[in-house]
Design a protein around this ligand. Structure first.
Ligand code: NAL
Length: 326
């Protein structure tokens, strides 16, 4: 696969293509980051961006993971001490999942976000950004809350981090796009460079295929799940034979194959008894999706296989969590 294709595979949006092509021409030593609000247990949302980080490491880039403790604090996620504890667990799980430890820099936000220079830059951003603009940037990250001042400081800090971590590319789920757009507009106001951004898709809710899979509502799959939990969740997932590109409904089973399984395995084997046609082997997502659509692959077999591969991906992190907790 050529470097640009590797960097952008499974991306929902690239801003801008020209800027990312330029990075792809000379990826060595380029710094990319994803930031996460620490939460003790990784779920598939975290792992989707982690898969992208693994792609970027393969492309020769340096990966920075921001453990966004101050952001979590601003978002009401607990005391600094609680947030720090969960951040350490999170880091251990990322490494267990397959991020190359030697090539990944883990940074706590509080290591630089409380410095004087950063604080003064933040105040300058507060002066140059309208309330309305900052609120809109947050709408998809934190919805439905009564607006606190912390709510608008949050995206401004995320904007500044892109400069202070000296990043060449910002990566995040599609829910981060408005913050990244704000950053593209506002960083030049402070005399800093505009950075490109790459956004991963948001996986649909498992049981309905609507909206997004999230840890706060509905069913999500996390590193805490046992093999049996996984089987149960995947087996009850919505899995129509076709993806309905016109409508609002996605097929979450296919999405999980596309974004979570195929990027991490060279070959997927669907085990079937001879009397049902024997094993099926897939090297690429498109052939599996086509077989599901034609009826060659039964949804029950697709789900069983998905649960097995997801279990493989999650097992090392689940083990790590057990170790930490014992
Ligand atoms: C991501 C988050 C918080 C701060 C960041 C700073 C720089 C780069 C990325 C960052 C977390 C993210 C979330 N906003 O919703 O999880």
């Amino acid at each position: 696969m050529d470097t640009y294709d590797l960097i952008t595979r499974n991306a929902e949006e690239v801003v801008t293509e020209e800027e990312v092509r330029e990075l792809a021409d000379d990826p060595d030593g380029k710094r990319v980051y994803v930031g996460y609000e620490p939460s003790g247990v990784l779920h598939l949302g975290h792992l989707l961006t982690a898969n992208k980080l693994i792609d970027l490491q393969e492309a020769g880039m340096e990966v920075v993971v921001l453990l966004a403790d101050v952001h979590a604090y601003l978002n009401g996620k607990g005391t600094f001490e609680e947030i720090r504890d969960t951040a350490e667990q999170m880091k251990a799980q990322f490494i267990a999942y397959g991020l190359d430890e030697a090539n990944t820099e883990f940074v706590y936000g509080s290591e630089f976000q409380l410095d004087e220079e950063y604080t003064l830059d933040l105040h300058e951003l507060e002066l140059s950004t309208t309330l309305n603009r900052a609120q809109r940037a947050m709408a998809e990250i934190q919805s439905g809350e009564t607006a606190k001042v912390s709510h608008v400081v949050y995206p401004l800090m995320q904007t500044l981090d892109i400069e202070y971590l000296d990043l060449d590319l910002a990566v995040g789920g599609l829910d981060q796009r408005k913050v990244h757009m704000l950053a593209r507009e506002e960083l030049p106001e402070l005399g800093y460079d505009v950075r490109p951004a790459l956004h991963t898709p948001i996986v649909a809710d498992l049981t309905s295929g609507e909206g997004k899979m999230s840890s706060s509502e509905g069913v999500t799959i996390s590193m805490e799940d046992s093999t049996e939990d996984l089987e149960e969740k995947v087996n009850s997932a919505f899995c129509p034979p076709t993806r309905d590109p016109e409508g609002d409904l996605e097929n979450p089973v296919l999405e999980l194959f596309e974004y979570h399984v195929f990027p991490r395995f060279d070959e997927i084997v669907v085990e079937r008894p001879e009397k049902y046609g024997g094993d099926l082997t897939y090297q690429e997502y498109e052939s599996l999706a086509a077989d599901l659509e034609s009826g060659e692959l039964h949804p029950a077999d697709a789900k069983g296989t998905l649960a097995t591969y997801l279990d493989d991906l999650i097992a090392p992190g689940r083990e790590k969590l057990r170790e930490i907790r014992d």
